[in-house]
Design a protein around this ligand. Structure first.
Ligand code: GLA
Length: 488
């Protein structure tokens, strides 16, 4: 019997200890001729020394393992070899730099301001979070985006139509924030809406797509989340409005990841990629609940899991942010922080438990979902820290094959998800979606694996042995995750 568990017993990983290990994306890229900022994501005892062989002219690696510079003007792939050394050892690993129009070759990992700061986001908050991303070692595990959501705006644009920031919360504008975030080896995201107003009532980008995209590029923005409040219901209008911003971003002199946020209401998985979208929300906003309703973890997972065939490198289904780190406070969307108006009762939740958070992280990782946290990174609780910094579950999420797990099990049984990985191994998770303890005995043949496998327990970071089936007892709502490798 492997993996019998009533409370999640998961490994703790210290990103600042041990010999060097490479995490994060093995394939990454930018558009030719634009700025690249790519943290190599290497954990291990400091100091670490980095060398990258094969870097084209214009790009260098700095002392923190950040590959920077302006990429060559021609499209194509560059095979690089990363060497990272510390007092305890060295690694030599291949990675691929892809110069082309497809960005976000693995699901974006990082942070978004909305669920934690809502309308109170500020330059100060963003810079503190960016610093915490480095200090906690999360950057060295592959988290790289610091995304400013709604409410960075001034009350109006400039007289000539340019976007302006709130003079109190972003007194120097976005550019100095982006500069500092880039110095830290991270990337900056921003937010707008395909209408006159954003969801929070700030100015949107409708009719200003070019001027806004050009401003974002000039400020050094690396990702745009483009919302759809106050916009027409129909799909054609959405395609037109997202198309206009997609074109404006493509014309801007910077690689800006385009994150489509119309909550999956118009099947964006069918059209957003063609408009330049790298990720698209498939669901309404997540709330701090394990509900099957389309606002809780199970409800969002049930919608998102069916869309696996649309996910691929550069194009991801987005079932919204992680609650990990921000749960248990009875809220999870910053709409509760709107400056005015009553707080509807329906939005108060007890919050998901440790076991449920463990399953949430397992499902999001297996579904190749973007992994965006939304909490104060400097004060992550110990269990949630373990969930967010397990390098083996993150490696499944970031695997370069870019396949979203397929749900293998019939409808009401524990969910079995299977995700093929680039090296020929197979990630398998089993999640008890219900409140009764379940025993599962899963022959590996049922997930398409022939013969025995060397099985590794991902969350415990332990080899389990050579098996032809997975036998587990799952506590209510619990998950296990394994990687099955070829036997010698
Ligand atoms: C919508 C989005 C959220 C957030 C808010 C901001 O609700 O779905 O993720 O961006 O708007 O107002």
């Amino acid at each position: 019997m492997v993996g019998a568990m009533s409370t999640p017993d998961i490994a703790s990983f210290d990103p600042f200890a041990g010999p060097p290990q490479l995490h994060g994306a093995r394939r990454f890229g930018v558009r030719p001729g634009t700025e690249l900022i790519h943290p190599l994501a290497v954990s291990g005892e400091r100091p670490l020394r980095f060398e990258v062989a094969g870097l084209p002219d214009g790009l260098t690696v700095d002392g923190d393992g950040i590959v920077r510079g302006v990429a060559p003007a021609g499209p194509g792939e560059h095979a690089l070899v990363v060497t990272a050394t510390n007092a305890l050892g060295a690694i030599v690993e291949p990675v691929t730099l892809c110069l082309g129009d497809t960005l976000a070759l693995t699901p974006p990992m990082g942070w978004n301001s909305w669920n934690v700061y809502g309308a109170t986001v500020s330059a100060e908050v963003v810079l503190a979070v960016a610093q915490a991303m480095v200090d906690t070692g999360m950057r060295d595990l592959g988290y790289s985006y610091i995304n400013i959501d709604d409410f960075w705006h001034a009350s109006a644009r400039s007289a000539d139509g340019r976007p302006l920031t709130n003079p109190e919360t972003f007194p120097g504008g976005i550019a100095p924030v982006a500069e500092r975030v880039h110095q830290l080896g991270l990337k900056l995201g921003i937010y707008s809406d395909a209408a006159e107003l954003t969801c929070g009532g700030c100015f949107g980008s409708l009719g200003h797509e070019q001027v806004d995209a050009a401003a974002y590029a000039e400020w050094g923005v690396d990702l745009l989340k483009y919302d759809y409040c106050h916009a027409p219901v129909g799909r054609d209008a959405a395609i037109e409005r997202y198309g206009a911003m997609g074109r404006a971003l493509a014309e801007a002199d910077r690689s800006i990841v385009f994150s489509v946020c119309e909550w999956g209401l118009r099947q964006p998985w069918r059209w957003a990629a063609d408009l330049g979208g790298s990720l698209w929300r498939t669901t309404p906003d997540i709330f701090d609940s394990y509900s099957w309703l389309p606002l809780g973890v199970r409800g969002l997972a049930a919608r998102n899991v069916k869309l696996n065939r649309y996910a691929r490198p550069g194009h991801w289904n987005d079932p919204d942010m992680l609650l990990v780190g921000n749960r248990g406070r009875g809220r999870s969307t910053g709409e509760l922080r709107l400056p005015k108006g009553p707080r509807p009762k329906v939005w108060s939740f007890r919050g998901i438990s440790d076991v449920q958070a463990h399953s949430h992280m397992t499902l999001w990782a297996m579904m190749a979902a973007p992994l965006l946290t939304s909490h104060d990174l400097a004060s992550t609780g110990e269990f949630d820290r373990r969930l967010l910094t397990n390098p083996e579950i993150l490696a499944i999420n970031q695997d370069e094959l870019g396949v979203q797990a397929r749900k293998v099990s019939p409808r009401f049984r524990p969910w079995v998800l299977a995700k093929p990985l680039a090296d020929g191994s197979l990630a398998v998770s089993i999640t008890n979606m219900g409140r009764r303890t379940r025993r599962v005995s899963l022959p590996l043949g049922e997930v398409g694996w022939a013969g025995d496998a060397e099985v590794r327990d991902v969350w415990r970071m332990r080899d389990v042995g050579r098996l032809d089936r997975l036998d587990v007892e799952l506590a209510p709502f619990a998950s296990v995750a394994y990687v099955c490798r070829q036997t010698d």
